[in-house]
Design a protein around this ligand. Structure first.
Ligand code: BG6
Length: 466
C-alpha cells in the first residue's frame, strides 16, 4: 500500500505509555493550538483503560508540560480522542479499531507505533490481517532494530503489509529545526558549497553531551547503550545532512536520496575507531545489570569514502553525565597555506571554524582571526555569530507527526539508509571494545583523544546555561 495523500485519522498504539505522556500529548495539544489537529486520534493500548482514562492522561501530561493555556485547544484535543483497549495479539482488538475507523469515516489512517519494539511485528501483522492497514501508512518509533539483522527483519515484516512509501521511521533529531537548518543553510546559500569539501575542511567534530544519567530508564538503556541509543541514529543523521551532496532534481525525495547515500559511503567502523566509557555509578542505577559493560559514552571516528570527504575525519562523541548539556557541531577549516604574518600565535591558535550549536539554544558562529589594536600586525580569534537564539517553538514531535499525517517523507529515515547506518556500526556492537570507566562530570575516558588526528583536541562546547 502506498501513501501519497494526507492521512485522515491517527491510530496511536501505546497511548497509555511513557512516550505518550512526555512527547505525544504535548505535540497533539500544540497542533490543536495552531489549528492543525484536523483529524481524529484513536488511542490504542492494553491497559484496561477507558476514554476517560485517556482524557485524564492527556490533561495530566499537558499540565506537566507547561499547563493548559488554551482551554479551547484542549477541549478540541479531547473531542478528537477515541480509545480502543485490547491485547495486540487478539484479532478482536483490530476489529474494534476497524470499527472506530469506519465510525470516523477514515480511508487513509496513519498507524503510529509508540510501543516497545518487540511488539512492532505483532501490531503490523494485526493491522494487515484486519484490513486496518488498507489505504494507510505506518509511523514507527525508534529504535528501529538493534543491529543490521534485526533492522532487516523488521523491514521485511513491515513490507509484508506496507509499501516503503507508506513507512515513516521516526528519528526525532530530524524533527528539530536546528538540525534541518544544517541542510537548509548549505543549499539555500552559495557561500558554503565552494568550501564544503576535503580541500578546505580539515575535520568535523560532533559532541552530544548530557549532564544527567539514565533518568530512571536504566533497564531500557542497559539493553542499548550510547552507540545504539544516539550515535547510529541521531548523530549519524546529523552527519548525513552535513555530508550529503546537493540533490539532483527537485522535491524532498531527491534531498532524501542524497542523505541516504551518505550512509552507504561510510566505511564500516572497526574497534580502533571506537572508545566506549561508562560513568562511575551507572551500575547502581535501578534496572542496570550488576556486571553491565554497556557504554554510557561513545566516541567514534568515521570515514566517508567519497570524492568530497576522503581523508577528512568525522569525530563523534556522545555521553551521559558529562559536564554540560549541549549538542554542537564544529567544522574546522584548513590553515592558510602561506604565512604572510609572523606572529607566533598564528602557529598555535586553531584555524577558522564553523560552529553549529544544535541545543539547548541554537547558535551558528564562524571563528575568524582579525587584527587586534597595537603596533604589530597581530590578531586574535573572534566569532561572527550568524544567528543566535532563534528558537522555533514547534516541538520535534509536533513537526514529525504533522509531516507523517501530510505525507512528506523527508524527515523520516528510509529503509536503505537505516540498514546502511546499522551496517556501519554492526561490527562494534556485539563484539565491542572494552568499556573504560569515567567520573561523572568529566568529558569521558581520556582514551577518546587517541581517535583525533595528531595535535587536535576535542572541542569542549559550553552550555549557555552554565
Ligand atoms: C533519545 C535517547 O533518543 O534522545 C535519550 O533515547 C537521549 O537517551 C535523547 O537523552 C536526547 O534527545 P534530545 O532531543 O534531548 O537531544
Amino acid at each position: 500500500m502506498s501513501s501519497q495523500h494526507a492521512a485522515d485519522a491517527l491510530c496511536w498504539f501505546g497511548a497509555s505509555g511513557d512516550l505518550a505522556r512526555k512527547m505525544t500529548f504535548p505535540a497533539l495539544y500544540a497542533m490543536a493550538r495552531r489549528g492543525r489537529l484536523t483529524f481524529p486520534v484513536i488511542g490504542v493500548a492494553h491497559s484496561d483503560w477507558t476514554l476517560d482514562d485517556l482524557t485524564d492522561r492527556a490533561r495530566q501530561s499537558i499540565v506537566d508540560h507547561g499547563g493548559i493555556d488554551d482551554p479551547a485547544a484542549f477541549d478540541h484535543l479531547v473531542g478528537s480522542l477515541r480509545y480502543v483497549d485490547g491485547d495486540y495479539s487478539d484479532p478482536s482488538t483490530f476489529t474494534r479499531l476497524r470499527h472506530e475507523l469506519d465510525g470516523v469515516g477514515s480511508r487513509h489512517p496513519a498507524h503510529y507505533l509508540a510501543v516497545p519494539p518487540v511488539l512492532f511485528a505483532e501490531v503490523v501483522q494485526g493491522l494487515g490481517a484486519s484490513g486496518c492497514a488498507e489505504g494507510g501508512r505506518v509511523v514507527v518509533e525508534k529504535p528501529f532494530g538493534r543491529d543490521l539483522a534485526s533492522a532487516q527483519e523488521l523491514n521485511r515484516v513491515i513490507h509484508e503489509v506496507f509499501d516503503e512509501s507508506a513507512v515513516y521511521r521516526i528519528d526525532h533529531y530530524l524533527g528539530k529545526q536546528e538540525v534541518l537548518n544544517l541542510v537548509y543553510l548549505r543549499f539555500a546559500n552559495s557561500l558554503f558549497e565552494p568550501v564544503w569539501n576535503r580541500d578546505h575542511i580539515a575535520s568535523v567534530q560532533i559532541t552530544m553531551a548530557e549532564d544527567f544519567g539514565v533518568q530512571g530508564r536504566g533497564s531500557f538503556y542497559d539493553s542499548v547503550g550510547a552507540l545504539r541509543d544516539v550515535v547510529q541514529n541521531h548523530l549519524f543523521q546529523v552527519v548525513a545532512l552535513l555530508a550529503m551532496e546537493p540533490p539532483v532534481g527537485g522535491g524532498m525525495e531527491a534531498l532524501r536520496d542524497e542523505k541516504e547515500r551518505v550512509f552507504r559511503a561510510m566505511d564500516r567502523v572497526c574497534p580502533a575507531d571506537v572508545v566506549r566509557g561508562q560513568f562511575d555509578g551507572y551500575l547502581d542505577e535501578p534496572g542496570v545489570a550488576a556486571n553491565s559493560d554497556v557504554e554510557t559514552f561513545a566516541a567514534v571516528r568515521l570515514n566517508i569514502d567519497s570524492w568530497r570527504w576522503a581523508g577528512v575525519p568525522w569525530l563523534l562523541r556522545a555521553g551521559k553525565q558529562l559536564p554540560e548539556h549541549v549538542t554542537e557541531v564544529l567544522i574546522e577549516f584548513r590553515k592558510p597555506p602561506h604565512k604572510v604574518f609572523t606572529e607566533p600565535q598564528l602557529a598555535t591558535d586553531g584555524p577558522n571554524y564553523l560552529r553549529f550549536r544544535l541545543s539547548p539554544s541554537p547558535v551558528i558562529a564562524m571563528g575568524v582571526r582579525s587584527l587586534a589594536p597595537g603596533d604589530h600586525m597581530h590578531g586574535a580569534m573572534s566569532e561572527l555569530v550568524l544567528c543566535d537564539d532563534v528558537v522555533d517553538e514547534r516541538l520535534p514531535y509536533e513537526r514529525l507527526l504533522g509531516e507523517a499525517m501530510t505525507g512528506d517523507p523527508f524527515m523520516f529515515a528510509r529503509e536503505d539508509g537505516v540498514e546502511a547506518a546499522w551496517a556501519v556500526v554492526d561490527g562494534v556492537l556485539d563484539a565491542p571494545v572494552a568499556v573504560t570507566p569515567y567520573m561523572a562530570g568529566t568529558w569521558g575516558p581520556a582514551g577518546a583523544d587517541a581517535l583525533l588526528p595528531p595535535g587536535q583536541h576535542w572541542h569542549e562546547p559550553v552550555s549557555p546555561l552554565a
